[in-house]
Design a protein. Structure first.
Length: 313
């Protein structure tokens, strides 16, 4: 299958690239664009685990064949089944070796993070997540580490002494961490942003920031308003930002009767996301039937998938 190549991402290869293009090789930035695995992660897979061994140009640039791309997609299949990256190489060579469940890197990482939160140890928390970010694509990391970690923390915090302290520490860290990543990505992009709004009275909604990070990780500019907007001002914000879409996130019940007025004048695609979708499951579709171009998602992963399918990210 012939794939259109983003040559603007490859200009720095010069004559080496022209020759490689004729021969059917792809530079690392093009492979990252096609597979969704960023260049940093591809290099880490090569350096630490030997999962991908690309060809090199005389100037040292990595070049990948269609077979390399297919191998990357196979690696993603294993990762999406919950296999840790440290176990993938043997499975690529002997797929029948896969047995589940096994003690793996995800459990070890989660326990390390839980302990870091319990001790308010920001350095270990940050270093551990940084290392994981270098090894796993954002969606895989979100599904197998960050979302399970949040669920386990919430369960642990039920009635526990010190729960508010730990929650404030972790949520503040998470917002700063992913907010910085989003800010950096936004600075590199010029397209219309997605507008994400915290539509609950809960500050520092962690799933909202994970959702924003997932969108940002596929080169989609993101603007996060961590506070609700009143009717009229939402349409004004969309107009000022020229937003490609709006996502309202809430972990609590919302006033469904106010949604038509709130979304009045918002002509771009709209999404309601978070546990509020599950809370209002029985009546949400009926109460919002008159609102055009509106979709729903219960969690960051389904929100990401829905917007990919709609071509918004």
């Amino acid at each position: 299958m012939k794939t259109e190549i983003d040559t603007s991402a490859c200009e720095d290869l010069g004559d080496d690239f022209e020759k490689a293009l004729v021969e059917g090789w792809l530079p690392i930035r093009e492979v990252a664009r096609q597979t969704g695995v960023n260049a940093v992660t591809l290099r880490a897979w090569e350096r630490r685990y030997g999962l991908i061994v690309p060809q090199r140009t005389p100037k040292g640039h990595r070049l990948f064949s269609p077979e390399h791309v297919q191998r990357i997609l196979t690696i993603l299949t294993w990762l999406n089944r919950g296999v840790a990256v440290s176990q993938v190489k043997q499975l690529l060579d002997t797929p029948q070796a896969f047995t589940e469940p096994v003690e793996n890197d995800w459990q070890v990482l989660r326990q390390t993070l839980l302990q870091a939160v319990s001790h308010l140890n920001e350095r270990i928390l940050d270093d551990t997540v940084n290392q994981a970010m270098a090894l796993y694509p954002p969606r895989t990391l979100c599904e197998h580490l960050l979302l399970p970690l949040l669920a386990e923390l919430e369960q642990r915090w039920q009635g526990q002494f010190g729960a508010q302290m730990e929650r404030a520490f972790f949520y503040s860290w998470l917002r700063s961490k992913f907010g910085a990543r989003i800010y950096h990505n936004n600075r590199q992009l010029r397209a219309a942003p997605l507008l994400l709004i915290n539509h609950s009275d809960v500050p520092l909604e962690p799933h909202l920031w994970l959702t924003a990070w997932l969108f940002s990780s596929v080169d989609c500019p993101v603007e996060v308003f961590d506070w609700p907007l009143p009717a009229g001002e939402l349409a004004l914000a969309v107009d000022h930002l020229q937003a490609r879409g709006v996502l309202l996130y809430s972990s609590k019940a919302i006033n469904l009767s106010q949604l038509p007025r709130l979304l009045n004048g918002v002509s771009c695609p709209k999404m309601i996301a978070g546990p509020t979708v599950r809370i209002h499951h029985a009546e949400l579709s009926a109460r919002t039937a008159g609102i055009d171009d509106l979709s729903f998602a219960e969690d960051p992963l389904s929100a990401h998938q829905e917007l990919v399918l709609r071509g918004l990210i």
